[in-house]
Design a protein around this ligand. Structure first.
Ligand SMILES: *[C@@H]1O[C@H](CO)[C@@H](O)[C@H](O)[C@H]1NC(C)=O
Ligand SMILES: *[C@@H]1O[C@H](CO)[C@@H](O)[C@H](O)[C@H]1NC(C)=O
Ligand SMILES: *[C@@H]1O[C@H](CO)[C@@H](O)[C@H](O)[C@H]1NC(C)=O
Length: 981
């Protein structure tokens, strides 16, 4: 008693509640004995209960231990007779903590309801020992552990018990069968396992049993007919096996029967037909077999009948038409055959009809549209519209229909043009049928439509721009049709769109940037269409994107950078050869600084804006000066070389005599046999010249002349033609060993875009290089020879030639060979229109790489020669070839020579093209012989590339690997295919 008083004082003074509870833990036995009867024990119990709780919302703030009575506290009710607490209802108070044993003090408690809180811990075995409990509701908490076996030992008065929606495990205690007053049991949504205790069937007062969503197993015991008061039986979502209890029909008051999602099997017990009060019957998701019983028509009160996902077979009984209160019928996913019985039209209350995924067939019964249904799903059957030309039975003028799913049937014909009349439609799924024709524009009238699936049909025509009217659309699937035309930009009005699949159609045009306004988009699939253009940058605004598939289109340009597109999977963009960006491992032309200089003006931009108007003239004069300077330089070079040659000839008169083959054995012998006769070396096979006595190198067989010598053509003994180059400047050649080493090295260079060196012949006074012979001649001949009957090179061939030259040159550079002398006379075209670069590597036969000598060698290359040749201080690198290549590009595209001499004017090709580009008329530069037959989207960038390659400053020119990348990007894929076919 002493302790008691002290503690109360303490509590009242400092409200040191935890200390108080501690005290109770230790002194409880003492207290029980020492209670002062005048004191309200309920206050103490409730304060103890409160002390063990977290009450974040302060719901229990009225609970004040100074009060003499708790009867006015929130959630508390007292019995007016004895003023003791009879009811504690704290539902949804957000309380957490354990359920404190202080409640045991509430000796007169009848109702304990703590539902929808966050109580944790286990259920105390003596919980039901509290007072006179009749109703215990601990549902929707986080209670765990087992349902204690002892708990039902003192439950004489218990009428309602709910532990629903906790985390309770273990079995249902057998002792439950001793709670004779029990009317309502709800242990649903826990993890309770084991079998159903058969003792339950002795609780005759049971009205409602809900054990659904647990792990209960085994058979449902017989004897349920004892429960004559049973109204609701919910055993769904467990692991029950076996059959439905045979005499369930004797529970005549049953209104609700739910055996869904178990593993029950067999036929339905016939007694069920006695359940004439039953409004809800769900057997969904079991393995019931047999036909749907005809007596189902006896269950006249049925509102909901769900037999879906079982193995029911046979026809739908006509008696189903007796169910005139039926509003939901789900027979989906069975093996039902036949068609819908016409008597169903009597189910006048029917709103939802789902008979999808069965084996129904025949015509779509038109009466189902007259029943005022809200939802019709006939998906996955064999319904067809027979000979009807269109889905005529779909009415277009009634307003109740919300869901229409006719997917995966055999419907054909066209969509009714007035489909927009179905004003309440929310879901329209006609996927996987044979529907043809176009999407009716009235689709835009479906203001409530949020799910549209027309995929997998034969629809053609375009996606109507009227789709903008369907403003509720959140899912749109039109994939796998033959839709053409563009994606309508108006689609951006469908601002709720989350899912959009237009894949596997024939859509063209570009992806409208308006799509970027659809900020809810999560999944977009445009794959396998013929979309072109580039991806709008704005797409990066789509912050909810989860997938964005544009693979297998003709998209080009740079992938958007940022947001989702930084992590987009490569497979979502694959099959678009012209797309570039790091994801596709294809660097973008614009990423390189050089192609940005595609605008050649930029190199002059420091000259200031005041010069802008004049600068093209300035450019022209600079180029002309350079050209003239180079020409002067060359002339000097030629003079020097000529002088040298004269000198050589006068000092070695014998060796300069024309070479005449006198007999095969003469040259094929070993070098030591006769030093005056030379050695012929063929790299592959041992060919001989056909006619030993023939004067091989005569004027008649001359086919060309260049800086390094005269070229003749002859036939070898094995019948194949070769081109023979007689090197002229013999004094400048190296020793025999050096010569052989260099030539052998050149002989190893093989590439489909290079002319192969097949062999050589050497004497001190005469060196011959033997090349494969390309009968069609040089690019220069093909481009500029005035032969009216010649075949004009098509644009496609020209592109191929440019690409071929680029590849050949890139290979040379890779082999660390500078050509120094690239020009149209040195490029040959073989019979498959492949460009082949010749004359490469000859510079290596010269004793030293002197710009002076070089320029003398390339005297005919006026216009191709990089400006740095004129400037002795600049090191000549492979970039000089790139300059020449740039000029070659312009030559091939324009059909004009690099420098053309008019009556009193010199036209420098690259200046002319550059100024045309400035004036925005660059397309006019393309060879007029093509008569406009060229792809401007290729030609213009190719010209720009040519100009960049022909930049004055070597460092501004791209390298050949970049050039090839760019060319491949420029090339239109469709054109490429055309070429293949
Ligand atoms: C349309 O029905 C098919 C099955 O027939 C289904 O796969 C598809 O998901 C449905 N479409 C939508 C949008 O629900
Ligand atoms: C779009 O439809 C195609 C074809 O049916 C399918 O392969 C693809 O997975 C769909 N895309 C998305 C994002 O679901
Ligand atoms: C997005 O919508 C706004 C307002 O309707 C419009 O001004 C804007 O042009 C749209 N953006 C695109 C990319 O179409």
């Amino acid at each position: 008693m002493h302790c008691y008083k002290i503690d109360i004082t303490l509590m009242k003074q400092v409200q040191f509640i935890p200390f108080l509870s501690l005290c109770f833990v230790f002194y409880c036995p003492l207290l029980v004995i020492s209670i002062n009867p005048s004191f309200n024990d309920d206050v103490l119990g409730l304060i103890m209960f409160k002390a063990g709780l977290e009450d974040p919302k302060g719901k229990l703030s009225t609970w004040n231990e100074d009060d003499y009575s708790p009867c006015n506290w929130v959630g508390v009710k007292c019995d007016p007779v004895n003023n003791r607490v009879s009811s504690l209802v704290l539902d949804g108070f957000s309380l957490s903590g354990h359920i404190d044993r202080g409640l045991l003090r509430l000796q007169f408690l009848q109702i304990l309801s703590l539902s929808r809180n966050k109580f944790t811990g286990t259920i105390a075995p003596d919980l039901l020992g509290i007072g006179d409990l009749q109703v215990v509701d601990l549902s929707e908490n986080n209670l765990s552990g087992l349902i204690p076996d002892e708990i039902f030992q003192q439950c004489w008065s218990l009428r309602v018990i709910s532990f629903a929606n906790n985390n309770l495990a273990g079995k249902i205690p057998d002792s439950l069968s001793s709670c004779y007053s029990l009317a309502v049991v709800n242990f649903s949504s826990n993890q309770i396992h084991g079998e159903l205790p058969s003792g339950m069937w002795f609780l005759r007062g049971l009205q409602s049993i809900d054990l659904s969503n647990n792990l209960l197993e085994g058979e449902i015991p017989e004897g349920i007919q004892n429960l004559i008061d049973l109204r609701e039986l919910r055993l769904g979502k467990n692991l029950f096996t076996g059959r439905i209890p045979e005499h369930i029909g004797d529970c005549l008051l049953l209104k609700l029967v739910d055996f869904s999602r178990n593993s029950l099997s067999g036929r339905l017990p016939e007694s069920m037909q006695k359940l004439t009060s039953c409004t809800f019957l769900s057997l969904q998701g079991n393995s019931f077999t047999g036909g749907i019983p005809h007596w189902i028509g006896e269950m006249k009160s049925l509102d909901t009948l769900d037999l879906s996902t079982n193995r029911f077979s046979g026809w739908i009984p006509k008696s189903i038409g007796n169910l005139d209160l039926l509003s939901r019928l789900n027979l989906s996913r069975n093996q039902i055959t036949g068609n819908l019985p016409e008597l169903m039209v009597n189910c006048i209350k029917l709103l939802t009809l789902d008979i999808s995924h069965n084996h129904l067939s025949g015509h779509l019964p038109s009466w189902i549209f007259r029943m005022g249904l809200q939802s019709i799903s006939l998906s996955g059957n064999g319904f067809s519209e027979g000979n009807y030309p269109s889905l005529t039975s779909i009415p277009v003028s009634f307003h109740g229909l919300q869901v229409l799913d006719l997917s995966s049937n055999a419907f054909f014909g066209q969509l009714p043009s007035g489909i927009g009349g179905l004003g309440s439609l929310q879901v329209l799924n006609l996927s996987t049928n044979n529907i043809s024709g176009s999407i009716p524009v009235s689709i835009g009238d479906l203001k409530s439509l949020y799910n549209l699936d027309l995929s997998g049909n034969n629809l053609n025509g375009s996606v109507p721009s009227e789709i903008e009217g369907a403003t509720s659309l959140s899912e749109m699937r039109l994939q796998k049709n033959f839709l053409r035309g563009r994606i309508p930009a108006q689609i951006d009005k469908c601002s709720e769109l989350i899912f959009l699949n237009l894949s596997h159609n024939k859509l063209i045009g570009s992806i409208p940037s308006a799509i970027a306004n659809l900020t809810n988009l999560q999944d977009v699939d445009f794959s396998w269409n013929e979309l072109s253009g580039s991806l709008p940058k704005e797409l990066t605004n789509l912050s909810n994107l989860f997938s964005f598939n544009v693979s297998h289109n003709h998209l080009q340009g740079e992938l958007p950078v940022g947001g989702f597109f930084n992590t987009i999977s490569p497979s979502s963009v694959s099959g678009n050869p012209l797309l570039c960006g790091s994801v596709v491992n294809h660097s973008c032309p614009s990423v390189h600084p050089k192609p940005i200089v595609l605008n050649p003006n930029s190199s002059y931009s420091n000259s200031g804006s005041s010069l802008q108007n004049n600068h093209h003239k300035i450019m022209l004069s600079i180029s002309v000066l350079i050209a003239i300077g180079a020409a002067i330089f060359i002339v000097i070079g030629v003079v020097v070389v000529t002088v040298l040659n004269i000198h050589v000839r006068s000092s070695m008169p014998l060796s300069a005599t024309p070479f005449i083959f006198s007999g095969g054995e003469d040259y094929s012998g070993s070098p030591g046999n006769d030093p005056n006769h030379g050695k012929l070396v063929m790299f592959y096979g041992d060919a001989e010249f056909a006619d030993g006595s023939h004067n091989l190198l005569n004027k008649d067989s001359e086919i060309g002349r260049g800086g390094f010598g005269v070229v003749y053509c002859t036939v070898l003994r094995d019948g194949h033609c070769v081109a023979i180059k007689k090197l002229t400047v013999s004094t400048l050649t190296k020793s025999e060993e050096d010569f052989e080493r260099e030539v052998k090295m050149l002989g190893k260079i093989k590439h489909q875009n290079l002319v192969a060196l097949e062999g050589y012949y050497w004497t001190p006074s005469l060196q011959l290089l033997i090349y494969e012979y390309l009968a069609r001649g040089s690019l220069q001949k093909l481009l500029h020879d005035d032969d009216s009957s010649k075949n004009i090179l098509s644009w496609r061939k020209r592109f191929k030639i440019i690409l071929g030259i680029a590849r050949g040159l890139a290979y040379l550079h890779q082999m660390e060979l500078i050509h120094y002398n690239l020009k149209s006379t040195n490029v040959f075209i073989d019979c498959s229109d492949e460009a082949r670069i010749g004359d490469f590597g000859l510079v290596r036969l010269l004793p030293m790489l002197d710009p002076c000598v070089l320029s003398s060698k390339i005297q005919s290359a006026l216009g191709y020669m990089a400006p740095e040749f004129a400037c002795r201080t600049v090191k000549i690198t492979e970039k000089c070839d790139i300059y020449s290549f740039g000029i070659l590009i312009l030559e091939v595209v324009t059909g004009k020579r690099p420098v053309e001499y008019m009556e009193d004017d010199v036209v420098v090709l690259c200046d002319k093209v550059r100024s045309a580009l400035d004036d925005g008329k660059v397309e006019q530069c393309v060879d007029e012989n093509l008569k406009g037959n060229f792809a401007a989207e290729e030609a213009v960038p190719v010209i720009k590339l040519g100009l960049v390659c022909a930049s004055q400053v070597p460092s501004k020119r791209p390298d050949m690997a970049e050039v090839i990348n760019i060319l491949e990007l420029i090339q239109c894929p469709s054109e490429e295919q055309e070429e293949i076919q």
